[in-house]
Design a protein around this ligand. Structure first.
Ligand SMILES: Cc1ncc(COP(=O)(O)O)c(C=O)c1O
Length: 450
């Protein structure tokens, strides 16, 4: 056992070392070689050490360098070393984190992490939290609580009676809501085609004056951190309209909620604490390993009513918090352990530095590529940068060529009709030198392509 785990640690360290210099995108030969794992189901057992070696030798070279310092696609953080190590330890514990009395250590660690995040985000005391796989499921969980509360307000028990024949609910979203929010709304039963979409400005922010009339049967979904521009919906203005109507305000803050952790950026997240529910990720900007999302709900009973296994749920004895009363799953790995480890090791100043540093690097990308003559399409206030290299097909070709060149990896998007390169700086591992090296590579590749 010791030898096997030691070998895994050695292989992982070597991988994380090599990924600093390797092409960010895997080489075509490595992607072809991983096909070697496609084999008939073995007739009998193999040595565990051999299995691990096979996985490392064929699997590792074919991975995308998401854990490295120059992956800027999607919104992907790396994994802080302490979170990788905590993940290994928690995997060795192999706790099924459903019940407090059965798995007291993970239950406590997760409760502490939730409380720290509640403070970081400035959410109300006493709100409930749940560890889920990502922001899609965090949106799903929070919206299930919203559905419960809004319908309970009309004497309808949605957990018992479902949505058929229920009083209608109007769900309002911004025109630039993340597609997974729309998916989550569909999963909760609100119907993707029934959503009311509100006009947004050129940064994707909801125009509060465009909100339709709201009632106590309305759920408004705002966004903290647009995937493309990093922009925040104007939460103070939206929440005022929501409060007047007695409606429910949900905030999708997959990465944007973390702006609240940085003294320089907290103003962007102003008004966050005024909502009724929130969804965020830890696998993005907090830099814990996949997968890790978190839902928060102001009224703990709304989340518990939606998620507890029995319809006639009973509070756990002596105020004990059973994690499974708040999550869609019963059986679940204790993914809050890595969140705790990240927060415990960073502390307030370390977290502030992580957010501020990555935002600073995004600003530097905008400055460097702007100075080289390329158009920056967004105001870079957070960690997202949109760059146009000219005509859509030219921009698309530059992005492909940058990915193939391998120094860094950036993705493609279409922002309000403009094709753009997306640069998202979300990893603890990125240094100023990585940013300069990436700017140099992008400019070099672009000038050869354009
Ligand atoms: C604003 C927003 N909401 C939700 C999501 C979905 O998050 P996840 O992939 O963790 O489910 C994302 C992903 O980028 C996002 O940017």
């Amino acid at each position: 056992m010791n030898e096997l785990l030691q070998s895994a640690a050695d292989r992982a360290s070597r991988y994380l070392g090599e990924i600093q210099e390797r092409s960010v995108a895997p080489a075509a030969a490595a992607v072809a070689a991983v096909q070697g794992l496609r084999e008939p189901f073995p007739a009998g057992p193999a040595e565990p050490g051999e299995v691990l070696a096979l996985l490392d030798e064929l699997g590792s070279p074919a991975t995308m360098g998401m854990a490295g310092p120059r992956f800027f696609g999607f919104v992907i953080g790396g994994a802080l070393p302490v979170t990788v190590a905590a993940n290994w330890l928690a995997t060795a514990w192999d706790q099924n984190a459903a019940f407090d009395s059965v798995t007291p250590a993970t239950s406590l660690v997760e409760a502490v992490a939730l409380e720290w995040m509640r403070e970081i985000f400035g959410l109300p005391e006493g709100c409930a939290g749940a560890f889920v796989t990502g922001c899609t499921m965090a949106n799903f969980s929070a919206l299930a609580a919203a559905r419960h509360a809004v319908l309970a307000g009309q004497d309808w028990d949605v957990e018992a009676d479902g949505l058929f024949g229920a009083p209608p609910i109007t769900v309002v979203i911004g025109a630039e809501a993340h597609p997974t929010l729309i998916k989550a709304l569909g999963l909760v039963g609100f119907g993707r085609n029934r959503l009311v979409r509100v006009a947004v400005d050129d940064h994707g922010r909801i125009r509060p004056e465009a909100l339709p009339p709201l009632t106590a049967s309305t759920i408004v979904c705002a966004q903290a951190g647009n995937l493309n521009t990093g922009a925040f919906d104007p939460l103070p203005a939206i929440s005022e309209r929501v409060r007047e109507a007695g409606a429910w305000l949900h905030v999708d803050g997959a990465f944007g909620l973390w702006a609240a952790a940085s003294a320089d950026r907290a103003h962007l997240a102003e008004g966050i604490g005024l909502a009724d529910s929130w969804a965020t990720d830890a696998h993005k900007w907090l830099n814990v390993p996949y997968d890790s999302g978190i839902a928060f709900v102001r009224d703990p009973e709304a989340l518990r009513a939606a998620m507890a296994v029995t319809a006639e749920y009973l509070p756990a004895p002596d105020g004990v918090r059973n994690p499974s009363d708040f999550t869609p799953e019963l059986s679940r790995r204790a993914r809050g352990v890595e969140v705790w480890a990240a927060l415990r090791s960073l502390g307030r100043s370390g977290l502030d530095d992580l957010i501020a540093r990555t935002c600073g690097y995004a600003a530097r990308f905008a400055e460097g590529l702007g100075a080289a003559g390329y158009e920056i399409l967004n105001e870079v206030e957070l960690n997202q940068v949109l760059v146009s290299f000219g005509e859509p097909d030219v921009t698309a070709r530059v992005i492909k060529a940058v990915q193939a060149e391998g120094t860094c990896w950036c993705g493609i998007t279409v922002w309000q009709g403009r094709t753009a390169m997306r640069i998202s700086v979300s990893s603890w591992a990125t240094t100023a030198a990585d940013v300069e090296r990436s700017i140099e590579a992008i400019v070099r590749v672009a000038s050869a392509t354009v």
